[in-house]
Design a protein around this ligand. Structure first.
Ligand code: 5MM
Length: 340
């Protein structure tokens, strides 16, 4: 492992004005997304949809890396070019989701632990050979009555650290994603406390596992009220609390933080990122690694029809540009209307 090489990739992933496209929906999740737009989910429709995004010219300007699902990394585009090459030709780094989903956490039946460590050291070199230079592992932490427990916070932090150490050993940059869900009724301060706890435990485990912080990217949730909360926090409050929380937990050796969108509206996810960057200078780059907040609009515009590819690409380019501006703190609500 070369820490300098890992750092180079990590820095590339958080390059100014660029962010990550999370296109690593597992088969069940992409089926749900396609059901919503009336498209049958087959190997070909999934390929066509993702190829449409990867061939969007705006990829070059605003997308630093793409997280792929196992099926996609082995797929070729319609003209026979490997999709990883299409991504690399657009100047972005191909990445791979290596977790294998979640299962019930023993001892805490209402909580989840992420699977996939078994055999990971053998899978990583194959992904590297195919072109992946970074990976992703998502831990899921839910807020509710009596949860999260220490068991859940600790087990997931430990698993994230073991995954990260294995990735670095294989010369792959690990994206470390402890996601505190925004599904509940909790307020922003509860989210702040739980996320701070999860991040502190995660960095403690990364330290014990000898993970080089220069060669990771953190993918956290923002400090935000639950979707069913009676009180939605303002953009300014989300930005101020998220930055304060991260300053308390994330060492400056980490090159960058690429947020998940977690079910926020497209515009909220952009506005929050922008407001945080306007609070700079910050110890690390703050950018996006959005799934839904980048893809909801292009999915709708495309709706599975060849004739809609240009419209789908326009919608994707628009969200990529809005978030690219937010990564620089240069977005404004008024720009949303331009080219939408
Ligand atoms: C794109 O969705 C990713 C895969 O989800 P499943 O394993 O559940 O199918 C997901 O991990 C995603 O990368 C992150 O949650 C960020 O996506 P959002 O939509 O929250 O920005």
């Amino acid at each position: 492992m070369s820490i300098a090489d890992l750092e180079k990739i990590a820095q590339k992933l958080v390059a100014p004005g660029k962010g990550i496209l999370a296109a690593d929906e597992s088969s069940g999740t992409i089926k749900k997304r396609f059901d919503a737009i009336g498209v049958e989910s087959t190997e070909t429709t999934r390929r066509d949809y993702r190829e449409m995004m990867f061939r969007t010219p705006a990829m070059k300007e605003f997308i630093s890396g793409v997280i792929l699902y196992d099926e996609t990394i082995w797929q070729d585009a319609s003209d026979g070019t490997p999709l990883v090459k299409v991504i690399a030709d657009a100047g972005a780094v191909p990445g791979i989701k290596v977790d294998e989903g979640t299962e019930m956490l023993p001892g805490s039946p209402k909580e989840l632990i992420t699977k996939g460590l078994d055999g990971l050291s053998k899978r990583l070199p194959k992904y590297y050979e195919r072109g992946a230079r970074f990976a992703k592992w998502r831990a899921v932490i839910d807020i509710g009555a009596g949860i999260p427990t220490y068991n859940c916070i600790h087990a997931n932090a430990h698993t994230l650290a073991r995954y990260a150490a294995l990735c670095q050993q294989a010369n792959i940059v690990p994206i470390v994603e402890p996601e505190v869900l925004m599904d509940g009724e909790h307020d922003i301060d509860t989210c702040y406390e739980v996320t701070e706890w999860a991040l502190k435990e995660t960095f403690s485990e990364l330290y014990k596992a000898e993970v080089a912080l220069e060669g990771i990217v953190l993918k956290p949730n923002m400090a935000i009220a639950g979707k069913k909360s009676a009180k939605k926090a303002s953009v300014a409050e989300v930005a101020e609390k998220t930055v304060r929380m991260l300053k308390n937990c994330v060492p400056p050796a980490v090159p960058g933080i690429a947020f998940l969108s977690g079910g926020q509206s497209d515009e909220d996810a952009t506005a929050h990122l922008d407001a945080m960057n306007k609070l700079g200078p910050l110890p690390w780059k703050l950018t996006f690694s959005y799934g839904r907040a980048l893809q909801a609009a292009p999915q709708k515009a495309w709706s599975g029809k060849k004739d809609n590819v240009a419209a789908g690409q326009r919608a994707f380019a628009h969200r990529a540009r809005m978030n690219g501006l937010a990564a620089l703190g240069k977005w404004a609500a008024a720009i949303e209307k331009e080219g939408a």
